[in-house]
Design a protein. Structure first.
Length: 86
């Protein structure tokens, strides 16, 4: 489970937990992350709940090395003349 204090944003971000099956609602041992995030924002020394946050990673110098900005080249086919298919 994600639980992270973001000093710059003044918030505590955490995974939103949901039951694995709607029939299990209320039985918290069957809850897990559902790929959305919630946060507690710190404002005026109080916590305020925010739900369903759109999280993005901070820009990084390593971004240039990702596949999104530099797609991988397709490998050349390997042709082996020593074998033939019948």
């Amino acid at each position: 489970m994600l639980l992270k204090h973001e000093k710059q944003s003044q918030r505590i971000v955490l995974d939103h937990l949901a039951p694995s099956d709607p029939k299990l609602e209320g039985d918290f041992k069957f809850y897990g992350p559902d790929m959305s995030y919630d946060a507690w924002e710190i404002k005026h020394n109080r916590l305020k709940s925010k739900e369903d946050l759109p999280l993005r990673n901070a820009p990084s110098t390593k971004d240039e090395a990702t596949n999104e900005t530099h797609p991988l080249k397709k490998p050349e086919p390997i042709i082996d003349n020593r074998t033939t298919l019948n």
